[in-house]
Design a protein around this ligand. Structure first.
Ligand code: XMP
Length: 507
């Protein structure tokens, strides 16, 4: 990369991706690297600044993550956040000690606006604190540049060596002016020029794709999700006429979804192949009720269809995937493996390709969305909610049949329509067709129909979630419409369980 670069060194903090994102929001390129990265490798990246993340450990505990002390002799500006600040102070000979009063949550912080990282800011700020240790005696050269009621060194600086530290977290929303503080570090201390933007990324990726692929052809498994869709649009621009997108419509999509995906891609310069495979998927799912079996069957069948279609294309030498930066990080490039991602529904290793094309592997999700818009993808694709690979099969409890799927599709479409009409925001919302049938009365007749459950959640990482408190009027209108318009449904309930203890999907 030709851009100026900031390296985020990871010490196990939960906000490392957020820090890297904030830096990019300030128009500076960022990468995340392990905290113990050798200093010469780090120097070879020629960073303009280094940020040390927080982490759950105590610097004085045996086995706590450390960094090479030579890091602080590089002459590169450093900002340590929480554990990162404590590690810097500890390594340079200062004291870190348990707090007499731990601080958690939004805390009043008095800052020194004469410091370049607080330049132009009011003295009174709010910062998110979350610590049981704090910095005591400072190493030579350091001074305090912020304090709270209980923490005399809420931020510290050695301006001559361009070393800064903050006990609070500037990267989170609960520090309202935190992004400005990061901006100040980048522009007032590191000398950032602001040379990173998504347009340049696009130009660079297009050049890289052309160089990697040469005159050959590329095949991409397109699910209609944001990442694979943006990847397809980028490839179409880079190597028009030589991209083959295989969209396996397994019949487990939401209402009109297959057609929407087709409409979004059919007009582009790529060979869009839609495989209508509903029948073979439903055949294999017949009589299956165990959720894990459903997932396995769908995964396997997807691979078989993909293989068959890829084979028909003949000599396609490259496989493209919509892998994005969090996939790369969470797959253990740094240290801990959280989960292994594969974006093409678990393709077998024996599909022979000369190479993998992953042009989005440097981007975060919201950057992928921005790129998608630049490439002219419609909002319906760019803003798509996450949708499980096994589709509606895991929202149709018990056996999956065409009749049940159709009921679910209709109910789900009504719920989505009503949510949209009321502009109710939720990060993910959908209907589930439960396996419970209950007695109802319609007209003067007894009914015995299915129960639909509605679910709407607020989340950022999808690892935990809260239920969205939807207005009763919206719920009752949705329920009335579903029971009136979807034959076979006689009851609607709203799921009010968070995650944990529940999961977002029902299966
Ligand atoms: P859970 O149900 O585990 O879901 O709380 C968390 C998020 O992941 C999505 N999800 C899946 N996505 N394949 C996927 O690609 C799957 O098998 C799958 N299961 C759940 C879910 O929609 C939610 O956003």
């Amino acid at each position: 990369m030709d851009n100026q670069l900031v390296v985020v060194l990871d010490f196990g903090g939960q906000y490392k991706e957020l820090i890297a994102r904030r830096v990019r929001e300030c128009s500076v390129a960022s990468v995340i690297k392990p905290g113990d990265m050798p200093v010469d490798e780090l120097a070879a990246l020629k960073p303009i600044g280094i940020i040390l993340t927080g982490g759950p450990d105590s610097v004085y505990r045996d086995g706590a993550p450390k960094c090479d002390p030579k890091l602080f002799e590089l002459g590169v500006p450093i900002l340590g956040i929480c554990y990162g600040m404590q590690l810097m102070i500890h390594t340079l000979g200062g004291a870190v000690e348990p707090c007499s009063v731990s601080e958690y949550g939004r805390t009043k912080v008095t800052v020194d606006p004469a410091s370049p990282i607080f330049a132009g800011m009011d003295k009174q700020q709010v910062g998110l604190m979350s610590h049981t240790d704090q910095v005591g005696a400072l190493p030579p050269g350091f001074q305090s540049i912020a304090h709270t009621a209980h923490c005399p060194n809420a931020a510290v600086a050695d301006p001559a060596r361009k070393l800064y530290g903050m006990q609070f977290h500037p990267e989170v929303e609960n520090t309202p002016n935190g992004t400005q503080m990061i901006y100040n570090f980048l522009y007032n201390v590191c000398g950032a020029k602001g040379d990173y933007n998504i347009g340049d990324y696009e130009t660079r990726m297009i050049a890289e794709i052309r160089e990697q692929v040469g005159d050959e052809h590329v095949v991409l498994g397109l699910s209609g999700g944001v990442d694979s869709s943006v990847c397809a649009a980028l490839l179409a621009k880079a190597i028009p006429g030589r991209v083959h997108c295989i969209f396996v419509d397994h019949g487990l999509m939401r209402k009109n979804e297959g057609d929407e995906v087709e409409a979004a891609f059919a007009g582009r310069d790529l060979h869009f192949i839609r495989v209508n495979a509903e029948e073979r998927f439903l055949r294999r799912l017949k009589g299956v009720t165990d959720p894990e079996r459903k997932r396995k069957i769908i995964g396997e069948e997807f691979v078989r269809v993909f293989e068959e279609e890829a084979a028909k294309l003949g000599d396609v030498r490259f496989l493209a995937q919509g892998t994005i930066y969090p996939d790369v990080i969470e797959s253990g490039v740094n240290s801990a493996v959280i989960k292994s991602h594969h974006n093409v529904g678990g393709l077998p290793e024996d599909i022979k390709f000369k190479g993998l094309v992953e042009p989005l592997r440097g981007l975060f999700k919201d950057e992928v969305r921005v790129l998608g818009r630049r490439l002219g993808l419609p909002e319906s694709i760019v803003n798509r909610q996450p949708f499980p690979g096994p589709g509606l099969a895991v929202r149709c409890i018990g056996e999956v049949t065409k009749e049940k799927l159709d009921m679910l599709r209709e109910a789900d479409a009504i719920f989505r329509e009503e949510m949209k009409r009321c502009r109710r925001r939720a990060d993910q919302y959908f209907a589930v067709l439960t396996d419970t049938r209950s007695v109802g009365v319609m007209g003067d007749f007894r009914t015995h129909g299915y129960t639909i459950a509605l679910r709407a959640v607020k989340t950022t990482d999808f690892m935990t979630c809260e239920v969205v408190p939807i207005a009763h009027s919206l719920l009752t209108r949705t329920a009335t419409r579903i029971v009136n318009e979807v034959k076979g449904v006689s009851r609607v309930v709203y799921d009010i369980t968070g995650k944990p203890p529940a999961t977002i999907e029902w299966e």
